[in-house]
Design a protein around this ligand. Structure first.
Ligand SMILES: NC(=O)c1ccc[n+]([C@@H]2O[C@H](COP(=O)([O-])OP(=O)(O)OC[C@H]3O[C@@H](n4cnc5c(N)ncnc54)[C@H](O)[C@@H]3O)[C@@H](O)[C@H]2O)c1
Length: 260
């Protein structure tokens, strides 16, 4: 289990993390703040987002909550401009906000399809379009997209989700090619099952008892479900100087689930 944090690893950096009110985004935001970054917390959920902001501030870190729907261009423009106005720049963008619908194509409505693709994929385009020119001005930056193991292999009753996460991986590669010359590194983390509210939502959508997906994860090589901090440690590595020659890659963080 991850234990330590280098308190200077992101010192002086400004990070914007979407989905920062819960789960993986929350863990990334808190880890980045503990590592010295000023963190803009972007989420549609203002109650939980404000709690994360207060937790970081009480621990002596720097944080600002911005309520935004990441599928909405105006909200994304405002979130980036508020971040720059408050912290003086933007060096790291983490796209973690996401939603899941556990359904086949036959069970997925057109509205669900459009919303899932907008939250999981279009949001990366919207926020990156705002962030890249700012990163370019300051000599570079880092974009981390949270994909999924289901962007690499298929899963049952997850048609929209698999399509959206496959798109996240390809968008990551395309952006890495386009923006390497500006010293902007673009990478993707693909978590396996991770113990967050999203996993509980999946169990309930599938009519499974709570805790059953956590139990299934015991069959992974490392014998346990992932926790948000597992993904946050991978994000910290990819965001920092230790990963300065890594771009366009996909890092699987799944306890060995896809290894076999
Ligand atoms: N939990 C897992 O098992 C797992 C596995 C693989 C990949 N992922 C991916 O990790 C990312 C984070 O998932 P999580 O498990 O932390 O989920 P979560 O449900 O705990 O957190 C998702 C956050 O995104 C926010 N969000 C949703 N729609 C939004 C919108 N339109 N605008 C702004 N914010 C919005 C939610 O309010 C929530 O705070 C997602 O992209 C997810 O697909 C999760």
């Amino acid at each position: 289990m991850p234990t330590s944090v280098n308190r200077d690893a992101l010192s002086g950096s400004v990070a914007l993390v979407t989905g920062a009110a819960s789960g993986i985004g929350r863990a990334i935001a808190m880890t980045f703040a503990r590592s010295g970054a000023s963190v803009a917390l972007v989420d549609i959920d203002s109650g939980a987002g404000t709690e994360v902001q207060n937790a970081i501030l009480s621990a002596g870190g720097k944080a600002l909550f911005c309520q935004a729907d990441v599928a909405n261009r105006r909200d994304c423009v405002q979130a980036v401009s508020k971040t720059v106005a408050t912290f003086g720049g933007l060096n790291i963008l983490v796209n973690s906000a996401g939603i899941i619908r556990r359904a086949t194509v036959l069970e997925t409505t057109e509205e669900e399809w459009d919303k899932g693709m907008a939250v999981n994929v279009k949001s990366i385009y919207l926020l990156s379009s705002e962030a890249i020119p700012i990163m370019e001005q300051s000599g570079g930056g880092v974009i981390l997209n949270i994909g999924s193991g289901w962007g690499l292999v298929g899963g049952t009753r997850a048609a929209l989700y698999c399509a959206s996460k496959g798109a996240v991986i390809q968008l990551t590669r395309a952006m890495a090619l386009d923006h390497g010359q500006q010293n902007i590194r673009v990478n993707c983390i693909c978590p396996g099952d991770t113990d967050t509210p999203m996993l509980e939502s999946e169990a309930s959508q599938l009519g499974l008892p709570g805790g059953s997906l956590q139990e299934d994860a015991r069959e992974r090589p490392l014998g346990r479900i992932g926790i948000p901090e597992d993904v946050a440690q991978a994000a910290l590595f990819l965001a920092g100087d230790a990963a300065s020659y890594i771009t366009g890659t996909t890092l699987v963080v799944d306890g060995g689930g896809l290894a076999g």
